[in-house]
Design a protein around this ligand. Structure first.
Ligand code: S5P
Length: 490
């Protein structure tokens, strides 16, 4: 820990969280189990200011610890840019360890100029068991290079320090996981319950350097499995403010029903909003099907949203380049940006479509998007590669603070609990319409398919009483959610 630079340390901790260099969720680890916290410091190469700040603090830390060396060597690959900066800032030559020996010329594992007996300081990004550090130490020692110390950015506190100490290497960590968690809590970024969940997992899951667990039966409690978590806890992990708000709204209002108000007159939509308002968390429009759109309709809809506490989503399914989408979102007759809390977006054009919308959103905090990852219609052309790319955009892209959720049909689509799964194609009577739409029951989509919000259009709109139908769908969707997370429905 670097006491002298506490405010910089804290600011960097928050920054690392904001750029998704570490996140909470349900992650598969190298050691074969799932973890509720995951570090991915590879992203820092995209943020030169963060990389610079981090390396400055590491240089200070090395000075404070009085660690002297002839060389520095980063554990491949994530720590390489960090080690490079330390080498330059400290004027210490670097060594590079290959991951595989070359199959031509010299079969050297260590690149750089050195003499047997030189001393080398190891630089590593994140330590779990310490096995990656030990692999590098082994190759350096095979060349006669002495290794006594390793400087790491984050110690996950799962036994790594002890494991490498057994091999006569002292570990010095700039951050520990508990320090990072405390800073995030102090900064109001996560709740105490989240911190506790991670702490419980770490305590129960100590690992040896060979990847086996310290205790015969490790108590692996990952409380961050998306479909098992309650909306309140997921609000804490959400990156987008609007997703936090929607999670909380659902939890307090006890509804995960979105009504698809697919009717063509403003009066009809306002009637749906008035009558079904008390039962829904979200009202979804297709504004371009309305015959008599006018700005006073928008005002009336917004008042009803306030009165009955629901959000408005325009299901525009934008799919153009960033600039055109920005114009479509903010301008024209509809001026969607002014009244829709959320809009749906195809990921097809890539990251630029999100940037386009975000650039003209009046207030980023009260706006957001849902990305389409799967569709309910028969024969749609979305494939696995497209889905993977979409989820990557939603969890690792530059605008995760603007992505509230995913429109999809299955729980396998994504694991991050901070995103909301919106699933259309819901009807009490399963089946299909005559234009390729496929329906599943509320219970099936929530319990089997991971839906957080069920979208119901004609299931309600074609009922003799839309009020009664909305109430029925609300009860069935909410009970299914309660069953799924182990809550009592009342
Ligand atoms: O894959 C999708 C995505 C969406 S947003 N399938 C869908 O059906 N939708 C929308 O959900 C569709 O545009 C419509 O507004 C609603 C489903 O309406 P329903 O009448 O079939 O329930």
């Amino acid at each position: 820990m670097l006491a002298k630079h506490e405010s910089e340390m804290k600011a960097l901790a928050v920054k690392l969280f904001e750029i998704n260099a570490f996140k909470f969720g349900d992650f598969k680890m190298k050691v074969g189990i799932n973890s509720p916290v995951y570090f991915d410091l590879r992203v820092i190469v995209s943020y030169p200011d963060v990389l610079d700040q981090l390396s400055n603090l590491l240089v200070e830390y090395i000075k404070q610890k009085k660690l002297t060396c002839d060389h520095v060597c980063g554990v491949p690959y994530t720590a390489l840019p960090i080690a490079t900066l330390i080498s330059i800032k400290n004027s210490k030559p670097m060594l590079v360890r290959r991951k595989e020996a070359k199959d031509y010329g010299t079969r050297k594992m260590i690149e750089g100029k050195y003499n047997a007996g030189d001393n080398c300081l190891i630089i590593e990004d994140v330590v779990t068991s310490g096995s990656s550090i030990l692999d590098t130490v082994k190759d350096l020692r095979a060349e006669g290079i002495a290794v006594t110390d390793a400087v790491v950015v984050v110690d996950r506190e799962q036994g790594g320090a002890a494991n490498i100490a057994e091999n006569s290497v002292r570990m010095h960590s700039l951050f520990t996981l508990s320090y990072l968690l405390n800073v995030l809590q102090e900064a109001g970024k996560v709740e105490e319950a989240t911190v506790q969940s991670v702490a419980k997992y770490i305590a129960g899951c100590q690992i040896r350097s060979d990847g086996t667990f310290m205790s015969d039966q490790p108590k692996i409690v990952n409380e961050f499995s998306r479909t098992k978590m309650r909306f309140e806890a997921r609000a804490d992990l959400a990156k987008a403010k609007i997703a936090k708000d929607l999670f909380k709204l659902m939890a307090t209002k006890k509804t995960n029903l979105c009504i698809a108000a697919d009717v063509t007159s403003t009066d009809e939509i306002l009637k749906i909003a008035e009558v079904c308002g008390p039962h829904i968390c979200l009202l979804k429009t297709h504004v371009d099907i309305i015959e008599n759109f006018n700005i006073s309709f928008v005002q009336a809809l917004k008042s009803l949203a306030e009165k009955h506490n629901f959000l408005i989503m325009e299901d525009r399914k934008f799919a153009d380049i960033g600039n055109t989408t920005a114009l479509q979102y903010a301008n024209g007759i509809y001026k969607i940006a002014e009244w829709a809390n959320l809009v749906t977006v195809h990921s097809l054009p890539g990251q630029s479509i999100i940037q386009g919308i975000k650039s003209v959103a009046a207030n980023v905090e009260s706006r957001g998007v849902f990305l389409l990852t799967e569709m309910s219609s028969q024969g749609n052309l979305i494939n696995d590669k497209y889905k993977e790319g979409t989820i990557k955009m939603a969890t690792e892209g530059l605008d995760t603070d603007f992505i509230a959720g995913i429109v999809c049909q299955s729980a396998e689509c994504f694991a991050f609990p901070g995103l909301i799964q919106l699933t259309p194609g819901v009807k009490i009577d399963e089946g299909s319409d005559n234009l390729g739409q496929r329906y599943n029951t509320p219970e099936f989509v929530v319990k089997e398919k991971g839906a957080d919000i069920g979208v119901v259009g004609r299931g309600i709109l074609n009922a003799s009483s839309i009020e009664k139908a909305a109430s029925l769908y609300r009860d069935r969707l909410w009970s299914a959610y309660c069953d799924r997370v182990g809550l009592s429905a009342n």
